[in-house]
Ligand binder design. Structure first.
Ligand SMILES: [Zn+2]
Length: 314
């Protein structure tokens, strides 16, 4: 019994951690400009996995804040650390040291937490992974979250903002889905709707990832302005947390944006996805699609040229 409980807790931890892990939300298939990479300038480290270098840096750099590269291939100079506890938030899983982000994102998260604290049953936000102190690929979990512009926000309404470090390692978020993500469950509330809506309305936010059933529910429940729904993108997972992604901050030349979401509120697409979960389409006749290749492990040489200085800075 004990073992079963342990397994459940461990599995939940993995689920919470695995945003964008197995299924890539990097938008990497979309066309965009490629930056010059570190390449040979990396010297003997050229072929070292970048996650081993960035995953072991414990502090940010004193450079001015700048994002280099794209959400799933880049790094972050001059990161700001979200304080572990604030008046309306707590950062979770502190042992991971992923409460670092671009100052614009840290500001956005603080703002959103103030809004959340006004919702019934919410004292603010529990904030999951943002980025590592210098961004970059991580030893575990996410493909994205590399440039300090992605943040995971827990679906669990915070009742206490005085959780200890240990409690923040052990507590789990709650799932808000049923039927494999086709629908929300009874843990989903209007407050979830309002908080995700407020996040989407922040002009700095470019996308929010949440499971298809939540998007459909928001489409059904929204009676006012629907334009923000465009930014809410249905995706796999994302029922223990939602994922906020900022666009490149203004004037940052080294930051590579993702293509904008398709025009419109996206509700029909989300309903189609919902329908496909409920009754999966029959596979097309013909040869089976090839299994997708395991993801390429980024080595230092693959990262944008500026990331060398970010890695080497004091
Ligand atoms: Zn995420």
């Amino acid at each position: 019994m004990k073992l079963k409980k342990l397994l459940t807790v461990t599995l939940l931890g993995v689920l919470v951690a695995s945003c964008g892990g197995a299924r890539d939300i990097s938008g990497s298939k979309e066309k965009r400009a490629e930056l010059p990479t570190i390449g040979d300038l990396a010297g003997p480290l050229a072929n070292v996995e970048a996650k081993k270098l960035f995953g072991t840096k414990s502090s940010g750099t004193s450079q001015s804040p700048a994002t280099y590269g794209s959400y799933a291939k880049g790094c972050l100079a001059g990161a700001e650390q979200l304080p572990e506890t604030g008046p309306t938030w707590q950062a979770m899983r502190l042992s991971r040291n992923r409460n670092w982000g671009h100052p614009e994102l840290v500001d956005m998260v603080k703002n959103l937490s103030r809004f959340a604290a006004q919702q019934p049953g919410w004292n603010g936000l529990y904030v999951g992974d943002i980025s590592q102190p210098r961004g970059g690929p991580m030893l575990t979990g996410h493909a994205s979250h590399q440039v300090g512009l992605d943040a995971d926000i827990w679906m669990l309404p915070p009742t206490s903002l005085s959780l200890s470090r240990k409690q923040r390692e052990n507590i789990s978020s709650i799932s808000t889905r049923r039927a494999n993500g086709a629908y929300v469950n009874s843990s989903w509330t209007r407050s979830h709707h309002e908080i995700i809506k407020a996040a989407a309305k922040d002009p700095r936010v470019e996308r929010i990832f949440v499971f298809p059933g939540a998007k459909v529910q928001m489409c059904d429940d929204e009676r006012g302005d629907r334009s923000y729904l465009r930014k809410i993108r249905p995706w796999y997972g994302h029922h223990y947390h939602f994922h906020v992604r900022l666009a490149c901050p203004k004037g940052e030349q080294g930051c590579v944006n993702q293509a904008a979401p398709p025009a419109g509120d996206g509700c029909d697409d989300a309903r189609q996805w919902q329908a496909n979960i409920i009754s999966p389409p029959k596979p097309k006749p013909g040869p089976k699609p090839k299994p997708s290749k395991p993801r390429h492990q980024l080595v230092l040489a693959d990262l944008p040229a500026q990331c060398k200085a970010v890695l080497d800075a004091n």
